[in-house]
Ligand binder design. Structure first.
Ligand SMILES: [Ca+2]
Length: 197
């Protein structure tokens, strides 16, 4: 074999090796790509499972609340007979993942009224989640939305009648579920509501 032929053989060998290396590295890259896609997929699945688990935990917690309290359409009520001012009552409901109960219809108000009579007592005023702290005379719910439903006592005492001295709402079982405005610093029992997802 002359030098030129030897050179050609060496050249071909080098070319072959480099092509092989390239193929191996491509395969490795492809494998790496597949691995990271599988890893990504697994991460997504784990994240989905965690989300579903959290929803289940939330539903279970709600069911526990509902079992201890009362379930109505779309929400659960849970009574707290300990008397406290409006802000403490509201904060305690928020800490439990709910809000002070704010009935949105006559039917809901009736169910809350009955629940309060059974769980707290027949002669009670309880805090409900409505107030006119921001603008006197403009009553809103916990969430800040303007009331869509109200059940003020208007036949005997013409509620709300406390002007700026009384900015927090209460439901009276004595007055058959009618609402009164009261001084927020007064201490009353309360009911939290929890929306069911
Ligand atoms: Ca007021």
């Amino acid at each position: 074999m002359d030098a030129r032929a030897a050179l050609v053989v060496v050249f071909l060998l080098v070319l072959g090796q480099s092509a092989q290396q390239e193929t191996t590295s491509k395969r490795r890259n492809r494998n790496k790509g597949a691995d990271s896609a599988a890893m990504e997929e697994m991460k997504n699945q784990i994240s989905n499972i965690m989300m579903e688990l959290n929803v289940i935990k939330e539903q279970q917690a709600l069911q526990t609340v509902c079992l201890r309290g009362m379930k109505i359409l779309g929400k659960c009520f849970l009574a707290d007979g300990v008397k406290k001012n409006f802000h403490s009552a509201s904060d305690d409901c928020i800490a439990k993942g709910g809000a002070l109960a704010a009935p949105l219809s006559l039917d809901e108000n009736e169910q809350l009224h009955n629940y309060v009579r059974q769980s707290i007592g027949p002669e009670e005023h309880i805090w409900i989640g409505i107030n006119d702290m921001v603008t006197e005379g403009v009553w809103s719910q916990n969430t800040g939305t303007v009331l869509r439903y109200a059940n003020w006592e208007t036949e005997i005492t013409h509620q709300p009648d406390g002007a700026t001295r009384q900015n927090c709402g209460a439901l009276s079982t004595r007055a058959k579920g009618k609402w009164f405005d009261e001084n927020c610093k007064e201490e009353k029992a309360s009911v939290c509501e929890f929306n069911i997802v």
